[in-house]
Design a protein around this ligand. Structure first.
Ligand code: FAD
Length: 400
């Protein structure tokens, strides 16, 4: 494993860092305080113009074809500049466009990926439901074949980009009697059986987007329910062309998506670190800057450790994905869990360093403190990551 960046990559990083600092970061506070669909869309357009929304997608479908190590290194700048914009961009690229890249038919890739890369379509993944998130296989949304269509009924919850979405990947369960059922899980009683991913366009009759949630953090990234009321979806929109593979597909998509969530937390800690260093030098108590006190220093040191170790584990898991290692998924869970847990503590420390000011809206660390918690929930909670990692241990060391 070696990370020596080429001159081209170095200049890509510095250009992207500048873009995030100059064009995205100044709007982060406004986006949090007055969430606006047009403002988040504007940010996504800026990122699309740079090529970032299609950065890891193959060039033959309009992407930049970047390696995961390069894409995730760039991504930290965006997560640091504005967690909300990062979350929306990440859900678009990693959960929707990359899903189609990994599993779509040639026709689906040609039809959707160029416009997703250019940000002309905004992508959404609808896996979670009001009744299930961690236990995704318990989903209740149903798809019933009717001639050349499927009729889909159900409710999806927590859809990032729902309110601005153009293309929705919907996980639904096909009826057990379906003629077309060719699941990799042949047992019809299995809870994974029949789960299928569908590509559903915004204009599809019966697809209804709910109003944006009022969230604790990441407020600028719009999230909503998605209702499917006899939504009529053409057969050719079964993702990958065959029913019954949706559960396995989405788990693979999360393997890379979780590196994205690790970077979400990493970017926030990086911002906390910068803010904490700045303020600790400016704020005086008892005749000294608070940077003179060990209690403050050690909080800052802990943030620095998260940033350094976090970058290492993100790069290692991105590299594992680039090289097709079978450990790539479990490393992503380790990265996400390690950084997210520390990040929540680090953001709390950053707020503490600001004292009373940290508790007031408009202070950057107050926003970071609210944004950070999502890292422990989205794309699988900490508890679920521990289960995934333990499962790997049971395989390797035969725990029972
Ligand atoms: C802002 C935001 C954006 C999101 N974006 C998307 C999106 O774009 N698409 C999408 O499909 N979903 C999205 N989600 C949903 C997210 O992935 C789920 O919220 C998450 O996976 C947890 O599921 P849940 O909320 O149903 O919690 P539950 O599964 O109900 O879990 C509740 C608690 O029980 C714990 N728990 C559950 N099972 C176990 C177990 N076996 N062992 C130990 N503890 C357990 C959990 O860790 C958690 O602490 C988003 C969520 C948020 C908040």
């Amino acid at each position: 494993m070696e990370f020596l960046w080429s001159d081209e990559e170095k200049s890509l990083f510095s250009e992207f860092e500048r873009l995030c600092r100059e064009k995205i970061e100044p709007k982060a506070e406004k986006l949090d305080r007055e969430p606006s669909l047009s403002l988040i869309r504007e940010n996504l357009n800026i990122l699309a113009d740079f090529g970032y929304l299609g950065a890891p997608l193959p060039p033959e479908y309009g992407g930049l074809g970047l390696k995961w190590v390069t894409y995730f290194t760039m991504s930290e700048y965006l997560a640091k500049a504005c967690a909300s914009t990062y979350l929306s961009a990440m859900a678009h690229t990693l959960l929707c466009a990359n899903f189609i890249t990994m599993f779509g038919t040639e026709k689906q890739k040609r039809k959707y990926l160029p416009e997703l890369s250019q940000g002309k379509l905004i992508g959404v993944l609808c896996a979670t439901e009001p009744g299930c998130g961690s236990d995704l296989a318990a989903l209740k949304t149903k798809a019933v074949r009717d001639g050349n269509y499927y009729i889909i009924n159900g409710t999806k919850a927590y859809a990032t980009n729902g309110p601005i979405g153009d293309l929705f990947i919907i996980l639904a369960r096909c009826s057990e009697n379906s003629q077309n059922s060719e699941s990799d899980n042949k047992n019809p009683k299995s809870k994974y059986s029949g789960i299928t991913a569908f590509i559903v366009e915004r204009e599809t009759p019966g697809l209804i987007v709910g109003t944006p949630y009022d969230k604790l953090g990441c407020r600028g990234s719009p999230t909503s329910d998605i209702f499917l009321d006899s939504a009529k979806v053409p057969v050719e929109n079964v993702l990958g062309g065959v029913e019954g593979y949706g559960f396995k597909q989405v788990m693979k998509v999360f393997d890379i998506g979780r590196v994205g969530m690790a970077v979400y937390s990493l970017g926030i800690v990086s911002a906390c670190l910068e803010e904490s260093i700045r303020y600790s030098k400016e704020r005086y108590t008892f005749g000294k800057p608070i940077a003179a006190y060990e209690d403050i220093n050690f909080k800052i040191v802990d943030m620095q450790i998260t940033v350094d170790m976090g970058r290492s584990i993100v790069l290692r898991s991105a590299w594992a994905h680039d090289s097709g290692s079978e450990d790539a998924g479990v490393l992503a869970s380790c990265a996400k869990l390690f950084i997210a847990e520390r990040a929540t503590k680090n953001a709390s420390d950053a707020l503490q360093i600001f004292g009373g000011l940290g508790y007031i809206k408009g202070t950057k660390v107050e926003r970071l403190y609210r944004d950070v918690k999502l890292g422990e929930i989205g794309e699988g909670t900490n508890e679920i990551q521990r289960r995934i990692i333990f499962k790997r241990l049971t395989k390797e060391f035969g725990y029972s």
